[in-house]
Write a protein that binds this ligand. Structure first.
Ligand SMILES: [Zn+2]
Length: 466
């Protein structure tokens, strides 16, 4: 620990809390203590927080008062995660339709913080939080970073779009908070030209951060830029990925180029979800003191552990614009086993990304987004060095599924003169997974990125209806 770490923790952070009306310093101590609780202790804490929140919702939030009454449910009936299924799920559309009635009447409107989802994968959702909710969220992130020996005051280089980078805030109080207290130096991932990558690389080298953080695909573009030019790199302790499904190929490349372990995060500010990999990397530890996660079918019925379904979250800290059983729009499953690190939280096995973007075969089976890039390796074997050579001839790819369920694969090769026939195995790989779909392979000159800078490798118009 350096002098800055101590100054930050015991001087700058409390000062920041005072200026912003937040309480991150206190929440950090609290959340560290929660981590020492037994499994039963953690469940007990979660149940108490849930019961308190449900009463608050019924008594002060017009939407929930109506909902409970119309279903004939008393707040006292909801005592634990297992009772939540009594309530219907909350969707983005329900929130939009009932927006004014989603606020607690017990909250001073001056305390509200307006927020919205990024909208890069759909229509943005407007909602509200307050300083208390934000503090819990921030503290929980800091706690997870401590698992990697990354502490408040350590420098972070961030590359991301709207959700982790807001350029206009650079000179604001928020920007100051990020730079001085979080020491998080944010750069835009929106521009993916070589010139922008050169600037990002130079900023990274000038900063000499302990951690590099960002969208997996954005960091992957930077890593490829560094690798292709054989640029020297300062030592990086850890790489943190967030904001999208992390491809195994991206993780492998990031670890190889940055020479540091990659830890993935899955979170959603709407719904208060936060989960992180620990150094064991056996899944994503759910911050169970922050949120309750259920995995359900479309109608909100809980699914057995290990089954992939819709992520349904209850934010235990948002008292101003509460989310009870909110379908955040992602699909995932909860692992049947706990982590060998000894932490008592449940693990998310795999996040399958935005449900609307998920690809299905014609039998209705979702195909994991992490498998899609794997199919660009002969025999799906990305450990084989010869196969890696073939894969490395591909510069970019995109998989498109039309409304009939048929697949078009776009390939941009590093050398357009390469023999196209050597990539025929890709069609076979896809045909094996997308049984019954017509698969075609097209070679193209370019595949543009999304405005956020994310590489959109999978585009689907197909909706499987059972
Ligand atoms: Zn663990």
């Amino acid at each position: 620990m350096t002098v800055y770490n101590y100054l930050d923790r015991y001087l700058f952070l409390p000062l920041g809390d005072w200026v912003y009306g937040s309480n991150v310093a206190a929440k950090l101590e609290e959340t560290r203590l929660n981590e020492t609780l037994s499994e039963a202790g953690l469940r007990d804490l979660q149940n108490r927080k849930l019961q308190h929140l449900v009463k608050h919702c019924y008594n002060t939030v017009p939407y929930y008062t109506r909902l409970f009454d119309s279903y004939g449910i008393k707040p006292e009936q909801i005592r634990s995660r297992e009772d939540l299924h009594l309530l219907p799920v909350l969707t983005k559309q329900i929130i939009r339709d009932n927006y004014d009635d989603m606020f607690s009447t017990a909250v001073n409107p001056k305390r509200l913080r307006k927020s919205s989802t990024g909208g890069s994968t759909g229509t943005p959702l407007k909602f509200c939080t307050d300083a208390a909710e934000w503090s819990s969220w921030k503290a929980s992130t800091l706690r997870a970073w401590e698992w990697y020996d990354l502490h408040l005051g350590d420098k972070i280089f961030s590359l991301g779009g709207s959700s982790i980078n807001k350029r206009k805030q650079l000179l604001s109080l928020k920007g100051l908070y990020d730079r001085v207290i979080m020491r998080n130096h944010k750069y835009s991932s929106a521009d993916v030209t070589d010139q922008a990558m050169q600037r990002n690389y130079e900023a990274l080298m000038a900063l000499r951060p302990k951690a590099v953080r960002g969208y997996g695909s954005s960091l992957y573009i930077l890593a490829r830029f560094i690798e292709n030019r054989e640029l020297p790199l300062c030592p990086i302790k850890v790489v943190l990925t967030t904001g999208e499904v992390l491809m195994p190929e991206y993780r492998r490349k990031l670890e190889q180029v940055f020479q540091a372990p990659v830890y993935d995060e899955y979170g959603a500010s709407d719904g208060g979800i936060l989960s992180h990999e620990c150094p064991q990397r056996e899944g994503l530890h759910i911050a169970e003191d922050l949120c309750i996660i259920e995995i359900t079918d479309k109608q909100g019925n809980p699914l057995p552990v290990g089954t992939t379904g819709f992520v349904c979250t209850t934010d235990l800290n948002n008292y101003v614009f509460p989310f009870l059983r909110y379908h955040v729009g992602d699909m995932a499953y909860i692992k049947q086993t706990s982590c060998s690190c000894g932490r008592h939280t449940r693990l998310i096995g795999e996040v399958m990304g935005r449900a609307g973007k998920l690809m299905y075969n014609k039998a209705g089976i979702p195909i994991s987004p992490t498998v899609l890039p794997m199919m660009f390796y002969p025999e799906l074997n990305y450990h084989n060095l010869e196969y890696q050579k073939v894969y490395n001839k591909i510069d970019k790819f995109q998989i498109r599924q039309d409304c009939q369920g048929d697949i078009t694969i776009l390939l941009k090769l590093k050398d357009p003169e390469e023999q196209h026939e050597q990539f025929d195995y890709i069609v076979t790989n896809y045909r094996n997974h997308f049984v019954g779909s017509h698969i075609s392979l097209e070679f193209v000159d370019d595949i543009p990125c999304l405005p956020s800078g994310k590489e959109d490798y999978c585009v689907s118009e197909y909706e499987y209806n059972d």
